[in-house]
Design a protein around this ligand. Structure first.
Ligand code: SF4
Length: 209
């Protein structure tokens, strides 16, 4: 099986998943999408309203800002992979609960194993704390971390940037550094702070994989 076929299997498993309560209030699963050979993946918290309606990640106003920011560094959506930690929309956009994350995280773990990205860009506090629980977004955004076996670069969530001009400045500034961060990693920078050696549980997944 090639990467696309493996990812399609994960996506199909997500679409029929009922492992937590979130599926019952959602219109569509949002497994994630993009280039399964990308060096960079973008990970948010959970689908919002527009994502729930369309089954696609980051397609509302926040998605437009993400697309514009990608364009500013010479990339487009189809060059990268974009997904979320949980795959169904939590009611009223509340934060996912710990048992929902536990139920869902094998999907993301498997997706990341398929893609094997050089850099994971986390979008917002919640996604950063998934990879780096001790982190504070105002302090750690724009910092390259080595955590859970990934190179992780936290930035503000684009939706938060749209609400707050100061966060927008930080988001734009951090986003523009992504190519430079990628270069640093490829050159084998030894100064990347290691935050934890805990790995994401990508044990036994799913459905004929
Ligand atoms: S959020 Fe994840 S674990 Fe919960 S039903 Fe959806 S795919 Fe399954």
């Amino acid at each position: 099986m090639n990467k696309e076929e493996m990812m399609e299997n994960v996506n199909l498993a997500v679409k029929v998943c009922k492992k937590c309560r979130l599926h019952s209030g959602a219109l569509n699963a949002v497994p994630g999408e993009g280039n399964t050979s990308s060096e960079i993946v973008f990970i948010g918290e959970a689908p919002g309203r527009t994502e729930d309606e369309t089954g696609r990640p980051f397609v509302g106003r926040a998605g437009k800002l993400l697309e514009q920011s990608l364009s500013d560094i010479g990339l487009s959506r189809k060059d990268v992979w974009i997904g979320n930690i949980v795959k169904h929309r939590p009611p009223e956009n509340r934060d996912p609960l710990p048992d929902e994350i536990t139920a869902c995280e094998k999907f993301l773990a498997y997706q990341l194993r398929i893609i094997s990205p050089v850099l994971v860009v986390t979008l917002g506090r919640f996604a950063m704390n998934y990879f780096y629980p001790e982190g504070r977004i105002t302090h750690d955004r724009g910092t390259l971390l080595r955590t859970k076996n990934f190179n992780v670069y936290p930035v503000y969530h684009p939706a938060a940037a749209l609400r707050n001009p100061e966060m927008m400045r930080g988001f734009v500034e951090d986003f523009k550094r992504i190519p430079q961060i990628l270069d640093l990693i490829k050159k084998g920078d030894k100064n990347i702070p290691v935050q934890t050696d805990q790995q994401i549980d990508d044990g036994q997944l799913v459905l004929g994989l």
